[in-house]
Ligand binder design. Structure first.
Ligand SMILES: NC(=O)c1ccc[n+]([C@@H]2O[C@H](COP(=O)([O-])OP(=O)(O)OC[C@H]3O[C@@H](n4cnc5c(N)ncnc54)[C@H](O)[C@@H]3O)[C@@H](O)[C@H]2O)c1
Ligand SMILES: O=P(O)(O)OC[C@H](O)CO
Length: 409
């Protein structure tokens, strides 16, 4: 393994104790941009062995930033082909031009990430089959509601030795139960799928502000290291964790918590209330994850994908922003309407995730164990007013159930 952070422990939880227990704290942030990425000493001048070819399926706000991160590394690293092909769900811009043509002409995704150059080795492609045809490393990064259709289109068209990673925060609920997106990819395409989640507001990473992320892998550490190598830059520090379900559920469930935080902001309830929502939300995330998968590790919630993503998303995410507007309008304007008006084509994940999780809770008789998740869904569908987001905690029986449920899981 060629990590180049000799001063730092390998997991974020131990990293935190390291930072706070040492005099290095004050210098940590200023030092961070100076560390070398996980690319180690590999560069393009080495001998030519097998080279991995990377394709990115998705080109929204985060999809475009992911392509930029990856493209900066494939140019530098000998074990990757330079070119990164990025699938674009084609659309016609107001100018009459096709988005794909504009990306390839200007090297910018003018609709979803304006003002940022992606790297000349990013090639936008409107044809899904062509995008993935020669790739052996597939990065999936679309809004989660489109993944079932994408997997159906790709079934049987992906080579067996392909490895995948999902950056998608969301889940599907089928008649037989919940299905994580990485699982959907694995089952439909018959390939292994890791995940990358974290405190990653795309627009901040696009301008190269320092962030961390977590790769969740199943059992092959070498594959995890390959993903870490592909994504790591001096401003994007990636930590591998052997807990796919835990990492993916963190990324998925935090989108419900951030909707609750947006309601709190829209009701001008202040920081203490928001902190309470984050704490209770994190407990419900952990309890729900462990009920679904007993293998989920507590330590995962202390990685970037856990507590850090809850914090950043409750402060600056799109779900928070739209939920705030929803509460300020007293729930009179729908999420769909606000999303279209405020996000210009970008998609919220929290409202549908609240519905999907509610279906699971209802089906399994767990609704009362998760008052925050349940209340968020009821507010989103108009069964409760936004102010119910804090009223629920005054209902002692429900709160005590929450405390009990999270204590024993
Ligand atoms: N944006 C962020 O800051 C961020 C950060 C981390 C993770 N994520 C996660 O990454 C995933 C993708 O988010 P994003 O920000 O790249 O997307 P986005 O919110 O910008 O969504 C827009 C994308 O959806 C595509 N799209 C619209 N209709 C489609 C259809 N019918 N079929 C296929 N694609 C269609 C658009 O072409 C565009 O590429 C989500 O799960 C999100 O939660 C986002
Ligand atoms: O803007 P949001 O609410 O979709 O959140 C973006 C990322 O998930 C934050 O890590």
């Amino acid at each position: 393994m060629r990590f180049r952070f000799p001063l730092y422990p390998s997991s974020s939880s131990s990293l935190l104790s390291f930072i706070f227990s040492s005099s290095r704290f004050s210098t940590f942030i200023s030092m961070a941009p100076a560390f070398e990425p996980a690319i180690g000493s590999e560069n393009k001048s080495g001998n030519d062995g097998f080279k991995s070819k990377v394709a990115v399926v998705g080109s929204g706000n985060w999809g475009s930033v992911a392509a930029k991160l990856i493209a900066s590394n494939t140019l530098k690293l000998n074990s990757f082909h330079d070119e990164v092909r990025m699938w674009v769900f084609e659309e016609t811009l107001q100018t009459g031009e096709k988005l794909t043509d504009v990306i390839n002409k200007t090297n910018e995704n003018v609709k979803y990430l304006p003002g940022i150059k992606l790297g000349k080795n990013v090639v936008a492609d409107p044809n899904l089959d062509d995008t993935v045809r020669d790739a052996n490393m597939l990065v999936f990064v679309t809004p989660h509601q489109f993944m079932e259709g994408i997997c159906k289109r790709l079934a049987g068209k992906v080579r067996g030795e392909v490895e995948a990673i999902s950056l998608i925060k969301g889940m599907e609920v089928k008649t037989e139960g919940p299905c994580m997106i990485s699982n959907l990819i694995s089952e439909q395409l018959r390939i292994n799928c890791s995940v990358l989640m974290g405190a990653n507001i795309a627009n901040e990473i696009a301008v190269e502000k320092f962030s961390e992320a977590t790769v969740g892998y199943r059992d092959n550490r070498e594959i995890a290291e390959q993903w870490v190598k592909l994504f790591s830059t001096p401003y994007f520090m990636v930590t591998p964790v052997q807990d796919v379900e835990g990492v993916e559920l963190c990324g998925t469930l935090k989108n419900i918590v951030t909707i609750a935080a947006g309601f709190v902001d829209g009701l001008d309830m202040g920081n203490n209330t928001k902190a309470a929502i984050m704490r209770i939300g994190l407990r419900e995330m952990r309890a729900f994850s462990k009920l679904l998968f007993s293998s989920v590790r507590d330590s995962t919630f202390f990685e970037s994908c856990g507590v850090a993503d809850v914090i950043t998303t409750c402060l600056g995410g799109r779900n928070r922003k739209v939920a705030e507007a929803f509460a300020r309008n007293g729930g009179k304007r729908s999420f769909d309407e606000l999303e279209a008006e405020m996000l210009q084509g970008q998609k919220l994940q929290g409202v549908s995730t609240a519905r999907e999780v509610s279906e699971v809770l209802s089906h399994r008789g767990w609704l009362e164990l998760f008052p925050l998740f349940t209340t968020v869904h009821e507010i989103c569908i108009g069964s409760l007013p936004p102010s119910a987001i804090v009223e629920y905690s005054e209902k002692k029986p429900r709160l005590s159930v929450l405390e009990d449920s999270t204590r024993c899981i």
